[in-house]
Ligand binder design. Sequence first.
Ligand code: FE2
Length: 450
Amino acid sequence: MATNLDDAPVHLRGNGRPVTEEQTLTELKITGTVPAALDGRYVRVGGNPVTGDSSHPFLGDGMVHGVRLRDGQAEWYRNRYVQTPFITNPDMNPTDPAVMMDMKSSKANTHVIGHAGKILALEEAHFPYELDGDLNTIGATDFDGALQGSFTAHPKLCPITGELIGFGGSPIEPYLRYHRVSADGKLVQSENITIGGPVMMHDFNITENFVIFMDLPAVLDLNLAMSGDMPIRWDESYPARLGVMPRDGNDAQVKWFEINSCYVFHPMNAYEDGDKIVLDVARYAYVWRDNAMDMPPSELWRWTIDMATGKVHEELVDDFSTEFPRVANSVVGQKHRYGYAMSMSDGGKPGDPNAARGGIRKYDREANNWSDIDFGQGRVGGEPVFVASADSKAEDDGYLMTYVYDADTDRSQLVIMDAASMDDTPVATVELPRIPSGFHGSWIPASVVS
Ligand SMILES: [Fe+2]
């Protein structure tokens, strides 16, 4: 059983305990059949404080955990720290304003993606970190000197153009920059965007022709930063708005739409429907009102922006707590029928390292219903990553991958689930050492990084 240290912060108990070793394991035990056509790496990142301690879940040092699948085998499991300045200099305070403004001082702990032949470990306030195919760190990248300021942990990869579309937030003006990276990895457009203050803008949205910024009331507080605390707090007086801009547009072309006060870390997806833009999002009524751990459950909502009337229709889809929503890569920015989210069957909060049970909820947005995978008592998964099958014909013809932690064995598994059937029995499981609860990841096919 997992041991809990009563004096450790909540996020470092249970499966929040950091691991202390970097490992390379081969000859991994597989149950079921890994589809032979899966050729690539599933890589997920999370905070794993190198000192063993961090003041907030967002401030741990990035550690990637990856499994290489090829020819029906699991060739290796590797976990590696992203070699940021904090690894060699662990006493550096990440919320010190001077450290915050050094763009190489990333925790690199939030997301890992593959684009234009590169693997990038991302954290929203700094430069991306490039990794090699064995998950070793190559170094921070500023797109050959083109990147000014930070780059989001949640860029969107357009399935039509191959572009990587993102933004960067900053504690000083300009508070927001838009960034567009070409399919061959060149930063081809950056635009300063005017917003009301230094908000935490964690994620955003693309459609075929537009991007949608979420300017929401989680605002940076530099006094908190100086104290070493997570420097973001809820600001009731800050208006919540969505900003719609053409993908090759600029600040003057952003149209802003007011919405009810709320916070969204993660949208599921967005798309155009005539004069309307539809967004499915994991919505919180507020975040961090009283302290940096203060969060109500998230719920799936649909926002429909009417570009003609300027109004936004807001509708609750599901009041069950789900987070880390994803869609198939093929429908990012396009109309989706299906979305997949991490669900907390015990009513816990998403990402809670002490949760007792968690699965995957698949939303059918056309039929307006859902179905569930339950990992069982004491077993908790993470963000479900959809991977299309070799000859995928339907949107949900493929697999869902995530790491599942089992409290009884205190170990983890890579599970490969059937996304179409949502059967509780995995297509395959790969036995792994314990992988602490973390954030986001990707399936990076060998066609992107061999
Ligand atoms: Fe995120």
